[in-house]
Write a protein that binds this ligand. Structure first.
Ligand code: PMP
Length: 366
C-alpha cells in the first residue's frame, strides 16, 4: 500500500505526524482550551440573518480586503486595549494559525529562522516547518518563566528573523511581563533586526493588560489575536493581527486572494455585534480558572500560575499514564508532552467539578 513516505514529499515532512489533539467523544472535554459555553441564542439568530444576506451574493467573490470586518476588529481592540488602532493596523485570516502562517511566509521562509521559548504553542514550530523556516528552540526556566538573559543570548547568537513570544503562554499558562517583551524586542532589533510576534490568543483571560500600546513606534512588533477563545467561536476560524500598516501591506503579498469567505466575514461581524455578551463569559471562566488553581493545590498538585483559560498541573512520574487514568474517569485533558505535567481547560462549573473529582481520586493512587 502506498504511504506518505512513498510519495515525493519534501524531506522535512518525512516521518512527521500532523498536529492534532485527540477529538474523543467523552462526557467532559477539557483539552483544547475552547470556551465551554455555546453562543447565546440571539447571536445564533443574528448570525443566521447575516449569513442569509451574504448568501445572496455568493456568486461573487468576497471583499478581498475584509474592510468592514477589520474596521470592527480595530474598534474592538481600540476599546479593549486602550490604544487607538485603525483598519490599516489590522489584518484577519482563518484562525490565528493562518495569521501566523502568513507572517512566516512573509518574514520567514527558506534560509531564514524563527525562535520560540519552549515549551510553548507547538504550532509555531510546525508552521515554521511548513513554510520552510528553520526553527530554534529557545530556553525557559524550570518554573516556565522566560530567562531574559538566556533568551537575549540565544537571540544574539542565532540572529533569528522572527521571534515568538506567547503571553499568556500555552501550555504553561503564565504571562510574560511587558518589560521582558520590550527587552526581547530590543535584543531582536540589535541582532538583525527581526520581527517579534506576540501571540496573545488568551489575553482576554489575563490578570494583566494587552501589549497593544507597545505597537507605538515599533514597526517590527506584531500582536496576534483570535476569536477562538474569549469570543467562544473556535468553529468560526477567525484570527487577526494588529501591527504597523506596513506589516498589514506585507502579509497581503502572500495571502491567497479571497482567503476569508463571505460567510466567515458575515459570521464574525455578527459575533462582534455581541462582543459584550460573549466577553461576559470571560469573567466567569477566569473565576473558574482561579478555582481550579486553588483546588488543585489543595488536593496536593503543583500548579503553574495561570493567566489563561487553562491550568498546567503536575507533577507526575508518568504524565501520559496519568492522562489515561483521568480519561478512564470520563474527562479528557491534554498531554502536551511536557514531562511531568498535564493541562486542563477551564470548563463549566459542573465540568470542572467532574475533573476535580477525577484528579482527587487519581491522587490517592499516586
Ligand atoms: N496561539 C495559541 C497560543 C493557541 O493556543 C492557539 C490555539 N490553541 C492558537 C494560537 C490558534 O488558534 P486559532 O487558529 O483557533 O485562532
Amino acid at each position: 500500500m502506498t504511504g506518505i513516505d512513498d510519495l515525493p514529499v519534501r524531506d522535512e515532512l518525512r516521518g512527521k505526524s500532523p498536529y492534532g489533539a485527540p477529538q474523543l467523544d467523552v462526557p467532559v472535554r477539557l483539552n483544547t482550551n475552547e470556551n465551554p459555553y455555546p453562543l447565546p441564542e440571539p447571536l445564533v439568530e443574528r448570525i443566521a440573518e447575516r449569513v442569509r444576506e451574504a448568501a445572496r451574493d455568493l456568486n461573487r467573490y468576497p471583499d478581498r480586503d475584509a474592510v468592514r470586518l477589520r474596521t470592527e476588529l480595530a474598534a474592538y481592540l481600540t476599546k479593549s486595549g486602550g490604544h487607538p488602532l485603525g483598519t490599516e493596523n489590522v489584518w484577519a485570516a482563518n484562525g490565528s494559525n493562518e495569521v501566523i502562517q502568513q507572517l512566516l511566509q512573509t518574514f520567514g521562509g527558506p534560509g531564514r529562522t524563527a525562535i520560540g521559548f519552549e515549551p510553548s504553542y507547538s504550532m509555531h514550530a510546525l508552521i515554521a516547518r511548513g513554510t520552510g523556516t528553520g526553527w530554534i528552540s529557545g530556553p525557559r526556566r524550570e518554573d516556565f518563566t522566560i530567562d531574559l538573559a538566556a533568551a537575549e543570548r540565544a537571540i544574539a547568537e542565532h540572529k533569528p528573523d522572527v521571534v515568538f513570544v506567547t503571553t499568556p503562554n500555552n501550555p504553561t499558562g503564565n504571562a510574560v511581563p511587558a518589560e521582558t517583551v520590550l527587552a526581547l524586542y530590543e535584543a531582536a532589533q540589535a541582532a538583525k533586526p527581526s520581527m517579534v510576534i506576540v501571540d496573545e490568543a488568551y489575553i482576554e483571560f489575563s490578570h494583566g493588560a494587552s501589549l497593544l500600546p507597545l505597537l507605538d513606534g515599533r514597526p517590527h512588533l506584531v500582536i496576534s489575536r483570535t476569536m477562538s477563545k474569549a469570543f467562544g467561536a473556535a468553529g468560526l476560524r477567525l484570527g487577526y493581527l494588529a501591527a504597523h500598516p506596513a506589516v498589514v501591506d506585507a502579509v497581503q503579498l502572500v495571502r491567497l486572494p479571497y482567503h476569508l469567505s463571505a460567510v466567515t466575514q458575515a459570521t464574525a461581524l455578527a459575533a462582534l455585534e455581541h462582543t459584550d455578551t460573549l466577553l461576559g463569559y470571560v469573567e466567569q471562566l477566569k473565576a473558574e480558572r482561579d478555582r481550579l488553581v486553588a483546588e488543585l493545590r489543595a488536593i496536593g498538585y503543583e500548579v503553574t500560575e495561570s493567566d489563561a483559560n487553562f491550568v498546567q498541573f503536575g507533577r507526575f512520574a508518568d504524565a501520559h499514564a496519568a492522562w489515561r487514568k483521568i480519561l478512564d474517569r470520563g474527562v479528557l485533558v491534554r498531554d502536551n508532552g511536557v514531562p511531568g505535567w498535564l493541562r486542563v481547560s477551564a470548563g463549566t462549573p459542573a465540568e470542572n467539578d467532574a475533573f476535580l473529582d477525577a484528579v482527587r481520586e487519581l491522587k490517592k493512587e499516586l
